[in-house]
Design a protein. Structure first.
Length: 290
């Protein structure tokens, strides 16, 4: 086997490049939206004309859910006009097609701290993703690298907001069933393997985890009438998705707003998928500690 040699890539400024322009970037993403790192997206449209002028660079959709992504591309440094344009296109699409969930996405070469501060003003209101783009050259070949620097923000209350709305076991047994609440009991020993000392904490909207009253919700549980929804907090990744696909476990739509996988579990699934569930808990606990 030939020895692999390290080659230092050269970073290219697309804004200043005479040939590799915004149209070229748009075509590369349109050919394979997966390179953005948002999952196995499909292209719905490009250069989509808007009712009041302008064209949306790319419209993509998650084929396994009702999530659509309104994507704008900017060469060089982010500026206010592109932020506004991205949000405007997102707003138009969500009003025209309310049956879908919509996320605004801005792809740019240089995402500044000022940009992140401005977007921070919309936290909890607009689901916005910022992706930094790098063009790298090795010899006569060019590659694009995309890094998410701002993920979707939670709309409305998140677990931390909800944690003070306490409940008890009887509340959940009435809201769901005694049998599905017991699935959380079955999962607790696996929780304690990765995080000793944690106990179930009954809240109004979910069953969380806590130690000495302090929440540690790297995983939460939502009992339903016929099953329990197990939600580990994990960044969406190809590695995790491959594990889930191979296992045959019942996976629901990824919750990008809260950064959680959502997995439907019946009582028999706890033993059947014990190793997978334990692995997901370890990963989620590890990310929570980072």
């Amino acid at each position: 086997m030939a020895e692999l040699k390290y080659v230092k890539p050269e970073r290219i400024s697309l804004l200043k490049h005479p040939e590799l322009n915004e149209k070229w970037v748009q075509e590369r993403i349109a050919e394979d939206p997966f390179i953005l790192g948002l999952g196995e997206l499909i292209l719905r449209d490009k250069e989509k004309r808007q009712p009041h002028g302008g064209r949306l660079d790319l419209l993509c959709q998650d084929p396994d859910s009702s999530r659509r992504y309104e994507i704008e591309i900017q060469l060089g440094r982010t500026d206010e006009s592109h932020i506004i344009r991205t949000i405007e296109y997102w707003d138009v699409e969500r009003k025209r097609f309310p049956q879908y969930d919509h996320t605004a996405v801005l792809v740019a070469e240089d995402i500044t701290s000022r940009f992140l501060n401005v977007i921070g003003l919309f936290n909890g209101v607009i689901p916005f993703v910022a992706i930094q783009m790098r063009a790298l050259r090795v010899g006569d070949q060019v590659s694009l690298v995309f890094t998410t620097v701002l993920n979707e923000m939670t709309l409305g209350a998140d677990e931390d907001d909800e944690q003070d709305e306490t409940a008890d076991r009887a509340y959940w047994e009435k809201r769901a069933t005694k049998a599905t609440v017991e699935i959380a009991d079955d999962l607790l020993p696996m929780v304690r393997e990765v995080a000793p000392g944690l106990s179930l904490k009954y809240n109004k909207f979910y069953i969380g985890l806590a130690k000495d009253g302090v929440p540690n919700n790297f995983a939460i549980f939502r009992p339903k009438k016929g099953y329990l929804r197990f939600e580990p907090r994990l960044e969406r990744s190809d590695d995790v998705q491959t594990l889930l696909d191979k296992s045959g476990i019942d996976v629901m739509e990824y919750d990008g707003r809260r950064g959680r996988y959502r997995i439907r579990l019946e009582k028999k699934d706890v033993e059947k998928h014990k190793e997978l569930i334990r692995d997901l808990m370890k990963r989620a606990y590890g990310e929570a500690d980072e």
